[in-house]
Design a protein around this ligand. Structure first.
Ligand SMILES: O=c1ccn([C@@H]2O[C@H](COP(=O)(O)O)[C@@H](O)[C@H]2O)c(=O)[nH]1
Length: 278
């Protein structure tokens, strides 16, 4: 079984370092001229999938925007995942799950067991019940070639109070998360399967990401105010591992598929210019 890290490395080599989110905000549905209902959700997700599924390395559906329509929204999430995988992009489901270990095992089977209808290539996870509590997710991901991106330094301003608090040994909470994920990826080639979420908005926080040996998902670009140039400030020598992530910045260009593709191409070009100049 090929690891997620290896599959991601190949996807980024072939398609470029870019993740585009599918975030069907009510405001975006309105802007696209779609109703804020299940049909509008379906049209939105299909439009993004058909425009970008065959050219972007990673597509990141935001589960919340599907869940808000109940079981019919989740059914659309299922079909969106299928279509994206058929089109060749890796699917990173943004669900930010985390719980006690026995419940994490159930989340793991939901998203990382290939027999599940909502099985994806990778998920986002929250470490605030302890990184160790996510072990069932790491284990199932390793077994099936999946990936897990754990929140470390999130892009929102509220995150800092928790994530940059100091633990008893003087490290920040975020640095303990970084260090635990680094251990999981030790020795993996060409890239570990366990990633971190580090917002592009956070500036130079002095955290040491040099040993992660896994992908660094960078949301916060575009709508939240960060630019590709900020990636250099946030990530420094770890730039090669960065997977820049845009949602509204690209989605605002829709629903015209050509305009969506052009917006994704622009985002990729902006990031490539920074990542190539490292
Ligand atoms: O730290 C984080 C973690 C996740 N996100 C998610 O990424 C997208 C960002 O959307 P934009 O429209 O590009 O702002 C969204 O789904 C968030 O839930 C994040 O922003 N920051």
């Amino acid at each position: 079984m090929e690891s997620f890290g290896a599959r991601l490395h190949r996807a980024v080599t072939e398609r470029g370092p870019l993740c585009v989110g599918i975030d069907p905000h009510p405001g975006l549905l309105a802007r696209w001229g779609f109703e804020d209902d299940v049909r509008g959700l379906d049209r939105f997700a299909r439009t993004v999938t058909e425009a970008l599924g065959d050219r972007v390395a990673v597509v990141k559906p935001q589960s919340a925007f599907f869940e808000r329509f109940g079981s019919r929204g989740v059914a659309i999430l299922e079909s969106t995942i299928r279509q994206l995988r058929d089109a060749g992009s890796l699917v990173l489901l943004d669900v930010k799950r985390g719980d006690i270990g026995s419940t994490v095992a159930a989340y793991a089977s939901a998203y990382l067991d290939p027999s599940s209808p909502v099985s994806v290539d990778a998920v986002t996870a929250s470490p605030y019940l302890g990184v160790g509590a996510l072990a069932p997710m790491f284990e199932l991901a390793a077994e099936h070639g999946g990936g897990v991106f754990v929140l470390a330094l999130t892009s929102n301003p509220e995150g800092a109070a928790v994530q940059r608090a100091r633990t008893a040994d003087g490290r920040t909470v975020a640095q303990t998360v970084v260090d635990e994920i680094s251990q999981l990826n030790a020795g993996a080639e060409p890239l570990g399967s366990f990633g971190l979420v580090v917002g592009a908005t956070i500036g130079d926080t002095g955290h040491d990401l040099s040993g992660v040996n896994g992908p660094l998902l960078a949301p916060g670009l575009g709508a939240q105010g960060a630019t590709a140039a900020d990636l250099r400030v946030v990530f420094g020598s770890s730039l090669p591992a960065v997977l820049p992530s845009y949602s509204r910045e690209v989605l605002n260009a829709g629903p015209d598929p050509d305009a969506l593709r052009a917006a994704a191409d622009r985002a990729l070009a902006d990031c490539r210019a920074v990542l190539a100049a490292r």
